[in-house]
Each structure stands twice: as structure tokens, then as C-alpha cells.
Design a protein around this ligand. Structure first.
Ligand code: NI
Length: 176
């Protein structure tokens, strides 16, 4: 079922979400099905459970090709529960991000270039990966939602924050 996305300004997006304590449950499967439906309907690159009003540490992300991010490389579709992120170096790079909870806008956000992440899949199997580039960026963006952080809170140069159709006229017609 496609769920309504909370938008910036809603205090539920600023709360810390809770660890999932029981894996492999019908409730968790139903939550993930709704998150998949919602992300795909909106051409999102990722979605975190608190964005649909569920304060649990669950994120999904991944895409083959995405009209909202035409230059981004493919990221494998992943469902990640109770994620833990560890940067592999201090290096950061800025890149453009958008968010389904901040519709119509993009900002340049510094993120760690390389990181290790771990977590569980919905059945409790361990996921552990070392990633870089856009994959690393998407994971950091989605996991920030679990700690109540929205990407505009990480922008250092507010001159690089604006409306998608003004910044990127070539994306006109893409969702948002
Ligand atoms: Ni987001």
C-alpha cells in the first residue's frame, strides 16, 4: 500500500527511531511492502520508516536507473534493519541530494566518501558491505532519518540549496 510521506516540519521526522526487536514477523514484512510500494510510486532512491510515520530503524534503498537522479550509478535494492554505519576514512565529498520529505528541493550535502555498513535483512540475516560514492551517500542519507536528521540540516553552503527545477532545468518532468 502506498503510504503518505511526512514532510519537513512534522516533528515525527526529528525523533530518534527505535531498534527492531523481532525479525521475520508479519508486521515487519507488511511495513517493508508498504515502504517498497511508496518508494517506487514516487521514484525515490530510498526511504526510511519514520518518513511514513513508523518510528523503527528500517531503511530501504536502491535503484537501477532513476529519472530523479539520471547521472547516478545503480545501487542494489536493499532492505536494512537496525543499521550501523562506520566511516572507512575521514574523506568527505559534496553531492546533490533530494528527499521525498523535502519535495521540490535539492541541496549539496557533504558525506563520507567510503563507509562500512552492517545490519539485518527482514529475516534476520546479516548484511555487511563496504561501499563508496553514491551508494555510500544514499545509505548515510537514509540512516540519518533514523536519528531525526534531514539533509538540509547538514548543508554547509546554503547557496547550494534550491528548487530542483531552477537548479536542474533538464530534470523538468521528473517526479517532484
Ligand atoms: Ni530522505
Amino acid at each position: 500500500m502506498i503510504r503518505e510521506i511526512l514532510r519537513m516540519g512534522d516533528p515525527r521526522l526529528l525523533a530518534r527511531s527505535h531498534e527492531v526487536e523481532r525479525l521475520g514477523t508479519p508486521e515487519l514484512s507488511a511495513l517493508l511492502a508498504d515502504m517498497r510500494d511508496t518508494m517506487r510510486a514516487l521514484d525515490g532512491a530510498g526511504l526510511a520508516a519514520p518518513q511514513i510515520g513508523v518510528p523503527l530503524r528500517v531503511v530501504i534503498f536502491g535503484m537501477e536507473s532513476n529519472p530523479r537522479y539520471p547521472d547516478a550509478p545503480a545501487v542494489p535494492y536493499t532492505e536494512l534493519v537496525n543499521p550501523v554505519l562506520t566511516p572507512l576514512a575521514d574523506d568527505e565529498e559534496e553531492g546533490w541530494e533530494g528527499c521525498l520529505s523535502v519535495p521540490g528541493l535539492r541541496g549539496a550535502v557533504p558525506r563520507f566518501t567510503r563507509l562500512h555498513y552492517e545490519g539485518l535483512d527482514p529475516d534476520g540475516r546479516r548484511i555487511a558491505r563496504d561501499v563508496d560514492g553514491f551508494h555510500a551517500r544514499v545509505v548515510q542519507h537514509e540512516c540519518d532519518h533514523l536519528d531525526g536528521i534531514l539533509y538540509p540540516m547538514r548543508i554547509r553552503d546554503m547557496r547550494r540549496f534550491g528548487f530542483t527545477d531552477v537548479l536542474f532545468p533538464e530534470l523538468a518532468g521528473a517526479t517532484e
